[in-house]
Write a protein that binds this ligand. Structure first.
Ligand code: AMP
Length: 276
C-alpha cells in the first residue's frame, strides 16, 4: 500500500471481499486495492451513526492520531475517504483476527506467548507515550493478530466506541485502574495497570478482579484484591511482574522500560514479536 502517494481514494479503487466483522458504527470487509493488489481491511462507517452519536469530531481526531502512528504492533491506518453516506477507513489487514477469540479458544496462553504479547504491547505503548498519546482502552477485543501472529493494537483510543462495545458484550469494567474507578485524575500509568490485568488474563484466561456484579468488581479493583489460582501453574517471575503492575499508587507501578527489562520478559518473550 503506497500511503505516501497522497491521493483521493474512492470505493472504485477496491475489490470488496468477505465481511470480517461488525462494530457499533459499521462493518469491516477484507478488500484489495485493484492496482497494487494489496490486501487491506476496509472499515465502513455509516454517517448516520456518526450524526446520531455526535462523534464525527472524535472520529476525525482519532483517525489523525492513528494515521501518524507507525509501529509494528499498532494497526496501520493507511488513509480514508467518504461518500454521501459512509466514511471508509483503509486499515492494515489482521489476518488472524481478534486475540480475544484466540484466548477463548485456548483457554489461556503459555508463558512464552503471554510474555511475547506483553512485550509487544509494552513497546507499542512506549512509542505512544513518547508521542504523548495515552491509549486508555487496551483490552483483548482491541487487539488483533496479523498473518504471523504478531499483535496489533487496533481501534486506537476510540474509547467511546469501545466502552459501549464492552458493556454490551459482557458488562464488565475489568480493565479500569483504581484511579479511574475512583474518578480521580489519571495519566499514562493507567496503561501500565492494564498491562498487569492483561498479563494475568493471558495466563489464567480471566481478568483478576472479575466478580458477579459491577460493584463487586469495583470493590476488588479499589482494594487490589489480587490472588493467584493454583491452576494453571504460573512461574514466580510472572506473578512478580503482575504484582508490580497492579499497584494502587500509580507512581509506584513498574515503568514500561522496567517491564522490558523484567526477568520474566527476558526469559520468555520472543523479541521478534511472533509466537506460534
Ligand atoms: P470494529 O468495528 O473495529 O469493532 O471491528 C469489528 C470486527 O471486525 C472486529 O471485532 C474484528 O473481528 C474485525 N476487524 C476489524 N478490523 C480488522 C482488521 N484490520 N483486520 C481484520 N479484522 C478486523
Amino acid at each position: 500500500m503506497d500511503e505516501n502517494a497522497k491521493r483521493d481514494w474512492s470505493i472504485n479503487d477496491f475489490e470488496i471481499g468477505k465481511p470480517l466483522g461488525r462494530g457499533k458504527f459499521g462493518r469491516v470487509y477484507v478488500a484489495r486495492e485493484i492496482k497494487s493488489k494489496y490486501v487491506i481491511a476496509l472499515k465502513v462507517i455509516f454517517k448516520e451513526q456518526l450524526e446520531k452519536y455526535k462523534i464525527h469530531h472524535q472520529l476525525r481526531r482519532e483517525m489523525e492520531i492513528q494515521i501518524s502512528l507507525k509501529h509494528p504492533n499498532i494497526l496501520r491506518l493507511y488513509g480514508w475517504f467518504d461518500d454521501a453516506e459512509h466514511v471508509f477507513l483503509i486499515l492494515e489487514y489482521a489476518h488472524n483476527g481478534e486475540l480475544y477469540k484466540e484466548l477463548c479458544k485456548r483457554g489461556h496462553f503459555s508463558e512464552r506467548q503471554a510474555a511475547t504479547y506483553i512485550l509487544c504491547l509494552t513497546k507499542a505503548l512506549a512509542y505512544c507515550h513518547e508521542k504523548h498519546v495515552i491509549h486508555r482502552d487496551i483490552k483483548p477485543e482491541n487487539l488483533l493478530l496479523d498473518h504471523e501472529g504478531r499483535l496489533k493494537i487496533a481501534d486506537f483510543g476510540w474509547s467511546v466506541q469501545s466502552k459501549s462495545k464492552r458493556q454490551t458484550m459482557c458488562g464488565t469494567l475489568d480493565y479500569l485502574a483504581p484511579e479511574m474507578v475512583e474518578n480521580k485524575s489519571h495519566d499514562h500509568a493507567v496503561d501500565n495497570w492494564t498491562l498487569g490485568i492483561l498479563c494475568y488474563e493471558f495466563l489464567y484466561g480471566a481478568p483478576p478482579f472479575e466478580a458477579e456484579s459491577q460493584e463487586d468488581t469495583f470493590k476488588r479493583i479499589r482494594n487490589v484484591d489480587l490472588n493467584f489460582p493454583h491452576a494453571p501453574l504460573i512461574s514466580k517471575n510472572a506473578k512478580n511482574l503482575i504484582t508490580r503492575l497492579l499497584v494502587k499508587d500509580s507512581s509506584k507501578r513498574l515503568s514500561l522500560q522496567k517491564i522490558m527489562e523484567h526477568p520474566w520478559i527476558k526469559e520468555n518473550a520472543n523479541h521478534m514479536g511472533v509466537c506460534q
